[in-house]
Design a protein around this ligand. Structure first.
Ligand code: HMG
Ligand code: MG
Length: 295
């Protein structure tokens, strides 16, 4: 593996908090994001402008987006499911929006209340409006490595959905292992096929860590040329509409791996741990920050 620049996308304030039973007060979210902004992380997904009835934990999306300090060089992004969400995100002036859908029909239906076919025009309209407003668009494909209802998902579905997103002008596609079932052999297999259709620079990996495979999966993806990885501080996270989903790959674990491989991220480890401590102290949430007490 050649040392290179790796982009870490911190999804904790969005994926991390969306599944928490406890509502984290807006001021605590803001304080946490402000501290995350000073860790050297280049990209933070700060919230999501979905329907607040569906994700009550992030009902304060606008207050959070408007309340944080914007550190130059950091991209502040938010999830949007449709034009209504985009309008709210634009009003709160996020830098980038992320649209999302699943590679499996059942999870798409559960998550956004529509078939995959009916979702495409909604995302198309949303991406077009975002680009017209001068924003860039990221895209998530969920259940790439397995669906809670359908099991294994065909790579053809993943290719089809990914290509549709790219045709919409989406900058980068994040491949979601929504329920954390991927293992290294499967990651190799899926990427081996997908990379015949999509260049590695347009892909990111979004591993949840149900079976503790996220770091092993990351290593395979690194070997195959992927340079962007989503993670969540302290391994928080999960999709409420995917039974069995657990936390994201922990940013602390990812950083330990990347530092060890001499990859550059720009992230300061001590500041990252301080940011985990701040969230714990303010909210009582318990984060799994492995290595925090080591050296
Ligand atoms: P729906 O009920 O089908 O929506 O929900 P609708 O379009 O029929 O509209 C119904 C009402 O909702 C309307 O209001 C809309 O204006 C309103 P009314 O006219 O009845 O007064 N509405 C909204 N209000 C505020 N913000 C909005 C919005 N949209 C509509 N954006 C919808 C469809 C997509 C909105 C809903 O299903 C939803 O919000 N789903 C979000 C689910 C979600 O957030 N899941 C977790 C994130 S995805 C994830 O975690 C996976 C990921 O991490 C990658 C991975 O791990 O794989 C990204
Ligand atoms: Mg996720």
């Amino acid at each position: 593996l050649t040392p290179r620049q790796i982009r870490v996308v911190e999804v904790g304030p969005r994926d991390g908090l969306q599944n928490e039973a406890q509502f984290v007060p807006t001021q605590d979210k803001i304080a946490w994001i402000n501290q995350l902004s000073r860790t050297g992380i280049p990209y933070i997904e700060i919230t999501s402008f979905v329907h607040p009835k569906w994700i009550p934990a992030l009902a304060d999306a606008a207050e959070v987006a408007k309340g944080i300090e914007r550190v130059p060089g950091v991209t502040y992004a938010a999830l949007v499911p449709n034009v209504r969400g985009l309008e709210r995100a634009l009003e709160a002036d996020v830098d980038e929006v992320a649209v999302f859908l699943s590679a499996s029909e059942t999870h798409n239906q559960r998550n956004i209340n529509k078939s995959i076919a009916d979702t495409f025009p909604i995302l198309e309209e949303t991406a077009r409006a975002a680009l017209a407003a001068g924003k860039t668009v990221r895209g998530y494909v969920s259940t790439v490595f397995g669906c809670p209802d359908e099991g294994r998902v065909s790579v053809d579905n993943v290719i089809r959905v990914t290509q549709r997103l790219l045709e919409m002008g989406v900058r980068e596609i994040s491949l979601g292992d929504t329920i954390g079932v991927a293992h290294p052999g499967q990651v190799h297999q899926v990427l081996d096929t997908l990379l015949n259709h999509v260049p590695a620079e347009r892909l990111a990996m979004h591993f949840h860590d149900t079976y503790g495979m996220a770091i092993a999966n990351t290593l395979i993806a690194l070997e195959m040329g992927i340079s962007t990885f989503d993670s969540s501080l302290g391994g928080l996270g999960g999709c409420p509409f995917a039974p069995g989903a657990s936390g994201n790959m922990a940013t602390e674990d990812l950083l330990y791996l990347l530092d060890g491989l001499d990859m550059t991220t720009g992230i300061h480890r001590d500041r990252l741990f301080a940011s985990a401590r701040l969230l714990e102290e303010r909210t009582g949430l318990s984060l799994c920050s492995r290595g925090r007490n080591g050296n």
